[in-house]
Design a protein around this ligand. Structure first.
Ligand SMILES: Nc1nc2c(ncn2[C@@H]2O[C@H](COP(=O)(O)OP(=O)(O)OP(=O)(O)O)[C@@H](O)[C@H]2O)c(=O)[nH]1
Ligand SMILES: [Zn+2]
Length: 356
């Protein structure tokens, strides 16, 4: 059986890069189970591990292959060996577990990211801002997918609230119950294109993916009626072929993405434009004279909620860029409200220690 990698998103540019590595075979990572990878090549599916140099050269976690990556490998009848990672066109990363500021790649080479949010209890434009920031940073194209339209009786109000933060990003409204909008979602999933779904648990991502795949591949779960919170149904990371062309990446890590880095200026284009008009270039938009952001707040063209959301994400990203020691300080600052307060707490703690 020969597989056409063009169906898996192979482009001429990738092929040209791959041609440099003589004697190696090109493939795309479709799944990852700890150190073992599933890779599709023209010869079919194979299992693979990474070459020793990935560990010896102390590569960063983000330099290891992830689902969606294009890799060059030494073929084998048993376990192939991944020798090289081809440059990524887009990367969806999250903050690694623990106290390091290193990122963890959860999927690579995604064309479209569906930001899923249900139109009932889960709807929250502040969360959309968070997801958009992450999506813009990944280099993939975001599309906002509003699910469970059947459970919403104030759609125009919600769409209007959304238009204030979406800035021309495509918005699709859908419902699994009525079938409305499902075809609009499918339009983005075309031959050679890779899509990913992010959004809270229980919003209907698996339901949408199953519809695209035309089968019940992913288990969907029953939602607790009282709080609309879902239980996790998806367990393994994977890249799945859609019968009518295109691929879906569904990795559990995508499901509660923490902001790692992000393109705030693109998500908050209105605030970025205002900030350009501030008198001072390093304006913090708090109490400086000639602050265009504060002026917009006063005139009502910018909402306090939106500015607060921007500042919160800005703080989070600054925090992500800190070393672990700086983070500790930052945590203390957050807890005690500032340096002087912190110093006082430390003085008191030391005094207590001495008394012992
Ligand atoms: N009323 C209604 N229910 C829906 C709709 N879409 C999905 N559901 C239901 O919502 C529940 C959760 O859907 P899932 O597709 O499992 O949600 P998920 O986003 O994949 O959840 P995780 O796997 O935890 O990330 C299931 O009971 C679905 O049947 C919809 O459009 N309307
Ligand atoms: Zn300002």
């Amino acid at each position: 059986m020969t597989i056409n990698l063009i169906d898996y998103g192979l482009t001429t540019a990738l092929n040209t890069q791959a041609a440099v590595f003589e004697g190696l075979v090109l493939g795309r990572v479709t799944a990852q189970h700890r150190n073992l990878y599933q890779v599709v090549t023209t010869a079919g599916d194979c299992q693979a591990t990474v070459a020793g140099k990935f560990s010896y050269e102390k590569m960063a976690a983000t330099d290891f292959p992830a689902v969606g990556d294009w890799v060059m490998l030494t073929p084998s009848t048993d376990t192939a060996v991944i020798q090289h990672l081809l440059p990524r066109q887009s990367v969806l990363a999250r903050e690694a577990v623990g106290n390091s500021s290193a990122g963890q790649v959860i999927a690579a080479n995604i064309d479209t990211i569906f930001i899923c949010m249900s139109l009932n209890a889960n709807f929250n434009v502040r969360r959309i801002e968070r997801y958009l920031t992450m999506a813009w940073d990944s280099q993939a194209m975001p599309v906002i997918v509003l699910t469970k339209a059947d459970l919403c009786d104030d759609l125009p109000e919600k769409l209007s609230a959304l238009s204030a933060v979406s800035f021309g990003v495509d918005v699709v409204t859908c419902s699994a119950k009525t079938g409305v909008g499902y075809e609009d979602v499918a339009k983005y999933v075309t031959a050679g294109k890779t899509v990913a779904f992010i959004g809270s648990s229980g919003v209907g991502k698996s339901t949408l993916i199953n519809h695209l795949l035309g089968r019940e591949l992913l288990a969907t779960k029953t939602i607790r009626a009282d709080d609309d919170k879902g239980r996790h149904a998806t367990t393994s990371r994977q890249l799945l072929r859609v019968p009518q062309g295109g691929m879906v990446i569904d990795t559990p890590g995508m499901r509660e993405l923490q902001l790692y880095t992000g393109d705030l200026d693109r998500t908050f284009a209105d605030i970025a434009a205002l900030a350009m008009q501030c008198k001072f270039r390093d304006c913090t938009h708090t109490s400086e004279p000639g602050c265009a952001v504060q002026a917009a707040l006063k005139s009502g063209t910018l909402s306090q909620d939106r500015l607060a959301s921007y500042q919160k994400l800005q703080r989070e990203m600054a925090y992500d860029g800190l070393t672990s020691r700086q983070r500790e300080t930052e945590k203390v600052n957050r807890l005690f409200g500032g340096k002087n307060e912190m110093k006082q707490v430390i003085r008191q703690a030391k005094a207590k220690q001495r008394r012992r």
